[in-house]
Ligand binder design. Structure first.
Ligand code: R2B
Ligand code: URA
Length: 311
C-alpha cells in the first residue's frame, strides 16, 4: 500500500485498538508475560492499568523520564490519587523505568537499537493487551547535530541507517528482514510548528541518521579505535548534511520501523548536544545539558496538551 498512514488504518481496529501482528500470542497458554517490564496479562489487569493511554513517550534514561512525567503532570494539571506518589511501574524488572500520568506513559529505553527494540516489542504488546485507542509514540532524546547549535531541537521527518537506507534491517531466523522506517510527516510538521519565538532554541525538521555505535559508527575520531582521518570524518559529515541529515542518534530506525509496522503514529524529537561539524567530545556543563534535555520535552508536552484539550 502506497498511501500515507496505510499501516495505521490497516493494523488498527475501527475503535482504534491495535491488532497485533503475531498470531502466536493468542495461543500462549499462560498468558503473555512482558519480561523486561515485569508486567503480564495473567498477573496484572493491563486494561484497567493502561487502557486509557493515548501517548507513549520514550527516552534514554530513567531520570529523564521521571522528570518528563512530573513536567507533563504539571502542564496538563493531572493530580495523582490522594496519598500516592509517582511510581516506577516496572520497578521489579530492574531494566527500564515507566511512569504513568493519566493518559501519558513515560518510559526509559536505554541506549541503542537492541535495547529500544526489546522495549518496543513489549510496549506495543502492552498497549494492545490494554486495548488503548490510537496511541501516539514519541522518542524524546539527545543527539549530535550536524550544522545545528547545542540546545536546538530536530523533529525527524525521515530516518536512515549508517548506509543511507530508509529501513531497519535485522537477521530473523537466518535471513535479513527489512522493515521500512516511516515516521508520520504531518505529526513531525505539527511538532515543529509548536516552537515559540521566545523558547531560546530552534526547532527544525530534517533527516535523522541512526547509528549502531556512538564512536566509529558516528564518524567520531575520539573512540578507543580510529582508522580514518579527521578529513575522512568531515567529508562524511558534510556528505550527510548535503543529503538533508541534521542529526545522528542511535535508535531512530527501529523506533520508526516498529511503530510503523504496528500501525502506530510516531515522532522522533531530539535535542542536539553539540554540533558535530565542530567536534566530537560532549563537554557541555551538566547543568546546561540538563536544561537542553528539557527542550524536546517542552515541544512534545505542548502537543500532548493541545490534543488533550481538543479531545
Ligand atoms: C543518544 O544518546 C545516546 C548515546 O549517548 C543514545 O541513546 C542516543 O541515541
Ligand atoms: N547521542 C548520540 O548518539 N550522538 C551524539 O553525538 C550525542 C548524543
Amino acid at each position: 500500500c502506497k498511501k500515507p498512514n496505510c499501516n495505521v488504518t490497516k493494523f488498527r481496529n475501527p475503535d482504534g485498538t491495535l491488532r497485533l501482528r503475531n498470531p502466536h500470542i493468542k495461543k500462549l497458554r499462560d498468558g503473555d508475560f512482558l519480561y523486561h517490564l515485569a508486567l503480564g496479562t495473567k498477573s496484572h489487569n493491563l486494561e484497567e492499568m493502561f487502557g486509557d493511554v493515548k501517548f507513549v513517550c520514550m527516552g534514554g534514561t530513567a531520570k529523564r523520564m521521571e522528570t518528563l512525567a512530573n513536567y507533563i503532570m504539571k502542564e496538563i494539571g493531572y493530580k495523582l490519587p490522594t496519598g500516592s506518589t509517582l511510581q516506577d511501574l516496572t520497578s521489579s524488572s530492574l531494566r527500564f523505568a515507566m511512569y504513568k500520568v493519566g493518559p501519558v506513559l513515560c518510559v526509559s529505553h536505554g541506549m541503542g537499537i537492541p535495547s529500544i527494540s526489546i522495549l518496543l516489542h513489549e510496549i506495543i504488546k502492552l498497549v494492545h493487551h490494554a486495548k488503548a485507542k490510537d496511541p501516539i509514540f514519541f522518542r524524546v532524546g539527545t543527539c549530535g547535530g550536524i550544522g545545528l547549535k547545542g540546545g536546538d531541537v530536530i523533529v525527524s521527518d525521515s530516518v536512515i541507517d549508517e548506509l543511507g537506507n530508509p529501513y531497519y534491517q535485522q537477521p530473523v531466523c537466518g535471513k535479513l528482514v527489512k522493515k521500512p522506517a516511516i515516521l508520520d510527516k504531518k505529526l513531525a510538521q505539527e511538532l515543529k510548528s509548536l516552537s515559540e519565538l521566545d523558547d531560546g532554541f530552534e526547532v527544525v525538521n530534517g533527516t535523522t541518521m541512526a547509528a549502531n555505535c556512538f564512536y566509529e559508527g558516528q564518524g567520531r575520531t575520539d573512540g578507543a579505535f580510529c582508522e580514518y582521518t579527521e578529513e575522512d570524518k568531515m567529508e562524511y559529515l558534510k556528505m550527510l548534511h548535503k543529503k538533508g541529515v541534521r542529526n545522528i542518534e542511535m535508535e531512530g530506525t527501529v523506533f520508526a520501523a516498529h511503530t510503523y509496522h504496528a500501525g502506530i503514529k510516531s515522532a522522533v524529537v531530539n535535542v542536539a548536544l553539540l554540533n558535530r561539524l565542530e567536534g566530537d567530545q560532549v563537554t557541555t556543563p551538566k547543568e546546561v545539558m540538563m536544561e537542553w534535555q528539557n527542550h524536546p520535552q517542552i515541544i512534545v508536552t505542548r502537543y500532548i496538551k493541545r490534543h488533550l484539550q481538543n479531545s
